[in-house]
Design a protein around this ligand. Structure first.
Ligand code: ZN
Length: 146
């Protein structure tokens, strides 16, 4: 169990902690096996997510644990101010890096998706950006209001 914990929750050496959700997924699949959860409960990926998975999903090399019919792909969503409210999906590592270096803080979520059965699961989340002192924009805003 402790080995599983270590594997599931690791802290990245880069900026900010990376939270891995391996344990959650493990519990999810166990419930599925027990019949406490139905396939419909976990295989309900949003059409937008499925489209992103088909277009820009990165291969994970792992077969879907639910249907075993397809390889899981990973899609990253980035949320932050002045980004689309539904988040934006970087299509390359370079694009992700650019988002991670924004002045404003961003929240990143990596989701694994199976395009065959619509299984989806949050793999990890991390925060980035926001390294600059953020007082300047606030002062500007106040000035506009005065
Ligand atoms: Zn599947």
């Amino acid at each position: 169990m402790s080995a599983l914990m270590e594997k599931s929750f690791r802290t990245s050496t880069a900026d900010g902690a990376v939270v891995e959700f391996g344990l959650v997924r493990h519990a999810l699949l166990a419930k599925l096996a027990q019949g406490t959860l139905r396939h419909e409960d976990v295989c309900d990926a949003h059409p937008e997510l499925l489209r992103a998975a088909k277009n820009i999903g990165r291969a994970t090399g792992e077969t879907c644990p639910v249907c075993s019919d397809a390889e899981l792909v990973e899609v990253t969503y980035v949320f932050g101010s002045r980004l689309p409210s539904g988040g934006t999906c970087p299509t390359s590592r370079a694009e992700l890096l650019k988002l991670e270096r924004r002045e404003d803080p961003v929240q990143c979520y990596a989701v694994e998706v199976c395009v065959a059965c619509s299984f989806h699961h949050l793999v990890r989340k991390w925060s980035a950006g926001g390294r600059q002192v953020r007082r300047a924009p606030l002062r500007q805003q106040r000035k506009v209001g005065e």
